[in-house]
Design a protein. Sequence first.
Length: 388
Amino acid sequence: MPDAHILGIETSCDETGAAVVRSGQQILSNVVASQIATHQPYGGVVPELASREHLRAIVPVVRQALAEAGQTYASVDAIAVTQGPGLAGALLVGISFAKALAFALEKPLIAVNHLEGHIHAVLLEQRLGENADLQFPVLALVVSGGHTHLYLAQVQENLWSYRNIGHTRDDAAGEAFDKVAKLLGLGYPGGPIIDGLAPHGDPHAVKFQGSQIKHPDRRDQKLGDRGQLGTEEDGPHFDFSYSGIKTGVLRYVETQNLKPAIEARRRALAGIEKPTLADIRGLCDRETLNLVASFQRSMVNDLVMKTLAAAREYDVRTLFVSGGVAANRELRATFEREAGRQGLPVFFPSRALSTDNAAMIAAAAFPKFLRGEFVGMDFCAEAGMALR
Ligand code: KG4
Ligand code: ZN
């Protein structure tokens, strides 16, 4: 297998990332400039601000990634960049920069789907080195701020193909974490804060109704030949829905009259420059901690239950869980436990590689590099890009 150094660039949302990965396996550098401080006052990502911050960060971030990897513009073998899905203006910054580099350096350019990047972050995990023991079909849950998607994944001669067998009907799981944290005046982004607070509350204290969507377009066709993924129209779908639980939290806040405490917490946190988890926890009463723990437990149970039901239905051999929400400790522990019960191996990226980064983009680009799957200077950002 030829050794290739791929420079990956990721600017789909609110992290400017650049990384150098050797042969899809070894991370030589992985630089991420977070925009959390920029978006924090708004409680969510502001697209125009994201584009501006990417413009500011892209050159120093790429330079740092090359320097840390001991590489130069001239020494890398290819440039890979996220094509979509993501914020159009944000994607454009990374794509324009990657095109300029590829043109000036006469290097091949590789376009990568962000979701495929999340899936390949799992393959960067040491345990899966060289994919030696990987059993197909793989079921991948990509669970992030923008997606809650289930894919069957297959590879043949370095050609990865994917079939979507489930997605969220409304909010993505990460979006629900972020919105609930905002609603409770806990700060942004909500996922890591709720993850940190949940162990301090009682997860049984508040009961939420589970998602009510039950395979509305279920068909009775199973995955026949293991080598064939079939089309998206084949077989049952396992859809998610998280706007109901967000409304459940809101209703609880109203009926329990938590609003004055939430407002007080919001004001107090606005006065702290960089609030730590201890600061936030210190501003939460028991009832709020219980609510947070119960919310997280419901989210985790729903994600795990539906994913494992899909794994049984499609008789998969391996489970991948990736995307920002895959950093969640309770989600990881519950998947490990429940998949273990089914005898299903489950793999996650390291927690740092779960959230957006460019190493996953460079890793996903490697099979395309081997296949000579390069793009021309005319390729465009695709904000709503699907994964196939
Ligand atoms: O993959 P990602 O970095 O960006 C997108 O592609 O969306 O995911 C970001 C999302 C945010 O919604 C964030 O709140 C959530 O992932 N997240 C978490 C955790 N860390 C990040 N959610 C739950 N628990 C975490 N520890
Ligand atoms: Zn992502």
